[in-house]
Design a binder for this molecule. Structure first.
Ligand SMILES: *Cc1c(COP(=O)(O)O)cnc(C)c1O
Length: 374
C-alpha cells in the first residue's frame, strides 16, 4: 500500500534530541528553539518568530493579540481546516466565510470587501497548498478598513508572493501576524509543532508574555526586570527543546526536502497533463504572483461521481489518495449557530478535489501509472 503521507527523517533528528536531553535543558525557549526562530527571522524576513506547539496554538495566540472579543467578526475562507476558525471562535468571534476563487481553493479576494461590517476585526487568508493568496489586494482592503491580516501559513513554508511593485516576500512575512505548522503532514515537521510570525512591532512584547503563560519571564531572562510575575492572560504555548531539536534537523535540510518534493510535484504535473485534459480534470494552478512550495499535489475532478471513481480505482491499486475539506459553512457546528450561505466554489472543491500522496520517499511513477491506466 502506498500511504498518503510518510514522515521523512533527515538523519540528525535523534542526535539533536539526545544533545538537548544531555544539555540538561529540555523545557522550552532554549538553544534549539532560538536556532529555529532565528532561521525564520533571517531567511524569511519575519520580524519576530516564536515556536509554538502547533499552528492551532499560533492562531490562538494571534486571536488573543488582536484582542478578539465577543461579537467581533473575522473573514476567512470556508474551504480550510477547523483551526483557522476555532482560534477566533474560542475568543467569541463570529466567523464570516468568503467563497474560494474559481481557479484556486484560496479565498476570492474580490468577495471580501462586501462582507466587511462595523464589527469586522480581521481577515484570515489561508495559503492553500502553499500557494499565495492575492496579498496586495487583501492588505489594501485591510488598510482601507483598519483591519488586521493574519496569514494561515500552515502549508506555506518556503513559499513567496510577488507584489505589484515587483518585491518578492515570503509567505508569513506579509500580514500583521502569521501561523505556520510543523505537523507530520507538512513539508517541514516536528510531529506536532508550529510557529507564530509577528511582523507588526507593536505585538512583539505582548506575544512573548502570552507565550510564557502570561508572565514576563522572557524579559527576566534577558535581565530587563529583576523578578517575573503574572502580567497578562496567556497559556503554555511554547514547545519543549525536544521538539525544537527535531525541528532544527529538518530546517537544516530544508533545501534538500524542498528540492525532492518539487521533483515529485513536477513529475505529477508533467505526466498527468494529457490525461487530465482528456478527462476534464483540473491540475493545480500557480498564479504569476505565487511560487509553488510543493506542499500538496491535488486534482479537481469534474464532479463528485468522477472523484469517487478515481479514489476507488486508486484504492484498488493500493494507493491511498484522500479528499478534504468538508467546507466549514456546511459543518454541524457552524450550522447549529448560523445560517449557511451560498459558497458555490467552496462546495465544488469540497466535492471534487483529490490529494495524491506526496512525501520524500514516494515513488510517484507508480501513482502516475495507476492513474493513467484508469
Ligand atoms: C495543518 C493546518 C492547520 C493546523 O496545524 P496544526 O499544526 O496541526 O495545528 C491549520 N490550518 C491549515 C490550513 C492547515 O493545513
Amino acid at each position: 500500500m502506498i500511504p498518503f503521507n510518510k514522515p521523512y527523517l533527515t538523519g540528525n533528528e535523534i542526535a539533536y534530541i539526545e544533545e538537548a536531553v544531555k544539555s540538561g535543558k529540555i523545557s522550552g525557549n532554549g538553544h534549539f528553539t532560538k536556532k529555529c526562530q532565528n532561521f525564520f527571522e533571517s531567511n524569511y524576513g519575519i520580524k519576530k518568530a516564536l515556536l509554538t506547539t502547533s499552528c492551532t496554538d499560533a492562531l490562538e495566540m494571534a486571536a488573543i493579540l488582536i484582542d478578539i472579543k465577543e461579537g467581533d467578526e473575522v473573514i476567512m475562507p470556508s474551504y480550510t481546516f477547523v483551526s483557522t476558525a476555532n482560534a477566533f471562535v474560542l475568543r467569541g468571534a463570529k466567523i464570516i466565510f468568503a467563497d474560494s476563487r474559481k481557479d484556486h481553493p484560496n479565498i476570492d479576494e474580490t468577495k471580501i470587501e462586501s462582507l466587511i461590517t462595523a464589527k469586522t476585526k480581521a481577515i484570515v487568508p489561508v495559503h492553500y497548498a502553499g500557494v499565495a493568496c492575492e496579498m496586495d489586494a487583501i492588505m489594501n482592503i485591510a488598510a482601507k478598513h483598519d483591519l488586521y491580516v493574519i496569514e494561515d501559513a500552515a502549508q506555506a513554508v518556503d513559499s513567496y508572493y510577488t507584489g505589484k511593485n515587483g518585491i518578492k516576500k515570503a509567505l508569513g512575512s506579509i500580514g500583521h501576524l502569521a501561523a505556520f505548522s510543523f505537523h507530520e503532514t507538512k513539508n517541514i515537521i516536528s510531529g506536532e509543532g508550529g510557529l507564530l510570525a509577528i511582523n507588526d512591532d507593536k505585538f512583539i512584547d505582548r506575544a512573548e508574555i502570552i507565550w510564557e503563560k502570561g508572565t514576563n519571564r522572557s524579559s527576566f531572562f534577558r535581565g530587563e526586570v529583576d523578578k517575573y510575575g503574572w502580567v497578562d492572560i496567556g497559556s503554555s504555548f511554547l514547545p519543549s527543546e525536544i521538539i525544537a531539536a527535531f525541528l532544527w534537523a529538518q530546517l537544516e535540510n530544508l533545501e534538500k526536502i524542498q528540492a525532492k518534493r518539487k521533483e515529485i510535484w513536477n513529475n505529477y504535473f508533467n505526466s498527468l497533463n494529457d490525461w487530465a485534459q482528456k478527462n476534464e480534470i483540473e491540475l493545480p494552478l500557480t498564479p504569476d504572483y505565487a511560487t509553488n512550495n510543493a506542499h500538496m499535489f491535488y486534482l479537481v475532478c469534474k464532479n463528485l461521481e468522477q472523484r469517487t471513481k478515481l479514489l476507488a480505482h486508486l484504492k484498488e491499486n493500493e494507493i491511498l489518495a484522500v479528499f478534504h475539506y468538508i467546507s466549514l459553512h456546511t459543518s454541524p457546528f457552524y450550522l447549529s449557530k448560523h445560517q449557511g450561505g451560498e459558497l458555490p466554489e467552496t462546495d465544488r472543491f469540497t466535492d471534487c478535489l483529490v490529494r495524491l500522496p506526496l512525501f520524500f520517499e514516494l515513488d510517484s511513477q507508480k501513482v502516475i501509472n495507476a492513474i493513467i491506466d484508469n
